[in-house]
Design a protein around this ligand. Structure first.
Ligand code: PRP
Ligand code: URA
Length: 220
């Protein structure tokens, strides 16, 4: 992992690039335009599981008394309330099953946003979240951090509803998107599998992987 541990020095939460070989291998398969819808979806799901492992690495533990078949002992369990997974519709849903396979009791918030193709502004069409967001860690999920308009709008909305402890998880991030996101939400750390080169004139990430939602749902 690159980038973890820098929290606090600049006052801006870090961006962590998850450079695990399995993540990088699967990401390369996903970028290939010849990858089928089925393959793309399966890989996004698998990477979701691997990213869930990384993004939860520093969750606080608390002691718990248990009894093995032989003796009593003090074990450790994750402290506090269950996490919230907050996929940004549509493409963020691609991470959900993979993450839920490691975090089966997590709550789920849905944030429905689409990017206006001309203005590139995020337009909200749906929002549903647990009422006690203030008491939970929220993982905001979207494979693509391009202009960051969608990510910023999603985090704005979740904060409006009380969330205070958020983490943003994506597959690809553009440098422009990272700068915008950190400017708007300097308290929210980011995990990504790659920081790509730049955005094209239509706001697409280069080299990227194309339109994540279309590739996942076969709507090209
Ligand atoms: C894509 C993607 C992100 C957003 C990223 O969604 O899944 O949500 O674009 O771009 P941004 O950082 O410039 O906001 P899209 O609007 O295409 O909707 P979809 O997931 O329903 O296809
Ligand atoms: N949304 C996508 O799905 N892909 C991009 O490259 C940019 C935004």
């Amino acid at each position: 992992m690159q980038g973890a541990g820098a929290r606090g020095e600049t006052g801006v939460a870090p961006v962590t690039v998850v450079d695990h070989p399995l993540v990088q291998h699967k990401l390369t398969l996903m970028r290939d335009k010849a990858r089928s819808t089925k393959g793309f979806r399966q890989l996004l799901n698998e990477i979701g599981t691997l990213l869930a492992y990384e993004v939860t690495r520093d969750l606080p533990l608390e002691p718990v008394e248990i009894e093995t078949p032989l003796v009593k002992m003090q074990g450790a369990q994750i402290a506090g309330k269950k996490l919230v997974l907050a996929p940004i519709l549509r493409a963020g849903v691609g991470f959900l099953d993979g993450m839920l396979s490691l975090l089966p009791s997590a709550r789920v918030a849905h944030v429905g946003l689409y990017r206006d193709p001309d203005s590139l502004e995020a337009v909200e069409y749906y929002f549903k979240a647990p009422s006690d967001l203030a008491d939970r860690t929220v993982l905001v999920l979207d494979p693509m951090l391009a202009t960051a308009n969608s990510a910023v709008a999603a985090v704005d909305r979740l904060k409006e509803r009380g969330a205070r402890d958020l983490r943003f998880v994506c597959l690809l991030a553009a440098p422009e998107g990272i700068a915008k996101f950190q400017g708007s939400h300097p308290d929210v750390p980011v995990w990504t599998a790659s920081i790509d080169s730049h955005l094209n004139e239509h706001g697409y990430i280069l080299p990227g992987l194309g339109d994540a939602g279309d590739r996942m749902y076969g709507t090209r």
